[in-house]
Design a protein around this ligand. Structure first.
Ligand code: CP
Length: 307
């Protein structure tokens, strides 16, 4: 089985059938992660390169683990130690990697559209590891895998995405994916952190956390991105926490047993209370494990499976 595309650039481009195929393929990959010897030869002889021009813990390491568990060779390019420091362009770096026989490149970059540029430049598969404020498709797919695993599916599910929607590539990819699969998506945050006309993506907009969380099945809490925060979008972190932090009291407004997700890294005490982050309803560490399984599935479907 193989995806009928070279690259994974975003969930906007994927069909519901493609999303379903990725999630279905991730389930047996997760089973491999539970074995004592987590190694299969599926990608033996393939070369997978990570190019991270922005910091990352989860996405980069889980892609590298995913590739290694399937027998591929891996290389890692970091901005600080590459020839980017000498002025080499993204395109030329990519062409250099392609000349070394790279089969897949995973890129994270602050500029939206960088993965698409790379995909047009090289023959290797390009996977978007997060581009500016545009998309973070593998994060949304692992969020969706976690939801499906815990709640069985998406049709009719109410999902609230809480926090800084404006700067969030995770929110955008989740919105594309969840609405395609039939979930009702609510976005909630201060008016200054909600992009204008986001209703056009098929979501309901809320500015009041208590209203938005009423009866939802899933709450996906977003990180307050202090590094992208333009001054004045909200008065203070303390004020933000007072109105939007997911506290045990706010969580009680959701459906009993509602699932709590967070892409990480977390700002405890700002967007999520420690008691919720460490509570029984949170699947935050499982999301990390599922991230490896989903990335194994994607590498398999893009460069491993038979056409
Ligand atoms: N969720 C996520 O993208 O985490 P990293 O920045 O650690 O990769």
């Amino acid at each position: 089985m193989r995806l009928q595309r070279k690259d994974l650039l975003g969930l906007k481009d994927l069909s519901a059938e493609e999303i379903e195929l990725i999630l279905e393929t991730a389930a047996p990959m997760k089973e491999i992660l539970g074995r004592d010897i987590k190694k299969v030869p599926t990608l033996r002889g393939k070369l997978v390169v990570t190019m991270f021009y922005e910091p990352s813990t989860r996405t980069r390491t889980s892609f590298e683990l995913a590739a290694k568990y399937m027998g591929a060779d891996t290389m890692s390019i970091a901005k600080a130690t590459s020839s980017v420091q000498k002025g080499e362009s993204l395109r030329d770096t990519a062409r250099t990697l392609a000349a070394m026989g790279t089969d897949a490149v995973i890129i994270r970059h602050s500029a939206a559209g960088s993965p698409a540029l790379l995909a047009r430049t090289i023959e290797a598969s390009v996977l978007n590891g997060g581009d500016g404020m545009h998309e973070h498709p593998t994060q949304a797919l692992l969020d969706m895998f976690t939801i499906k695993e815990k709640l069985g599916g998406f049709k009719g599910l109410k999902v609230a995405i809480l926090g800084d929607i404006l700067h969030s590539r995770v929110a955008r990819s989740n919105i594309w994916g969840l609405t395609k699969m039939g979930a009702e998506v609510r976005v909630v945050g201060p008016a200054t952190l909600i992009p204008p006309e986001i209703e056009n993506l098929g979501v309901k907009v809320y500015y009041n956390a208590e209203e938005a969380l009423k009866g939802v099945d899933v709450i996906n809490v977003l990180r307050i991105q202090r590094e992208r925060q333009k001054k004045g979008l909200f008065p203070s972190l303390r004020e933000y926490a007072r109105l939007y932090e997911l506290t045990p009291e706010r969580l009680k407004l959701a459906r009993p047993g509602a699932l709590v997700l967070h892409p990480g890294p977390m700002n405890r005490g700002i967007e999520i209370a420690p008691a919720v982050a460490d509570g029984l309803q949170a699947a935050i560490t499982e999301q990390v494990t599922n991230g490896v399984a989903v990335r194994m599935a994607l590498l398999y479907l893009l460069i491993g499976g038979a056409n």
